[in-house]
Unconditional design. Structure first.
Lengths: 129, 129
């Protein structure tokens, strides 16, 4: 875990201080603690943030299902929260996680498996077996 | 740069194939090529994507200024595009970059310098000098 260099501000964290969009959501980027891979991006609302911090199981808000989405609840591909970070504008989150199995629903380690190179799309990895 | 494991799909990349939100924007996460740090998240529209790929200088759309934002144009803290990636749902981008100086307007290397630990906010790094 990244070292704390300065601790000048140690205010209590208040989830209402996050800047949510008009739908009450904030983007949350998940990064693998050990490899540094960016795994996925999904959305959290205020209560998803609270649940993520309290349970240490990363919990998003599913915009399609309109329900809490405890990552890995059905697939087993859970994300254990290692560190919870907030950006300078307080309108984006970074969750550093221990990822079990694949983060992507296509069974690839990361959702960002497609690259654009020389104007063409190429797949960087196959689904995990 | 990450190795290409499979090249089964080598379709021409079409920026109109990206899923933009109701404002015509898509979130773009910037990651440092060498350290793996997640530096920032900002927004791109179709033309910003085209400019980023063509010029290899990462270009966002500034929602506050309603204008293209060539990262580092005024600060010198440019982002040179190393790899352009798309997620499985085609509604989020990952730009792997060579970052000059600080990515954050607070002059910190990354915008995600605040962590929540034991219910308190702590700053992980000081501004660069």
């Amino acid at each position: 875990m990244q070292k704390v260099f300065t601790m000048s501000q140690t205010a209590k964290f208040d989830p209402t201080s996050i800047k949510y969009n008009e739908a009450g959501l904030v983007p949350a980027i998940a990064q693998d603690e050990s490899t540094g891979e960016v795994l996925m991006m999904a959305w959290m609302n205020e209560q998803a943030i609270q649940r993520t911090i309290e349970t240490r199981r990363v919990t998003y808000w599913s915009r399609s299902r309109k329900a809490f989405w405890i990552k890995g609840e059905s697939s087993g591909h859970v994300q254990e929260l290692v560190d919870f970070r907030i950006d300078c504008d307080r309108d984006c989150l970074l969750v550093v996680v221990r990822q079990t199995g694949a983060a992507c629903h296509t069974n690839r380690r990361t959702c960002f498996y497609t690259a654009v190179r020389d104007g063409k799309e190429v797949e960087l990895m196959a689904p995990m077996t």
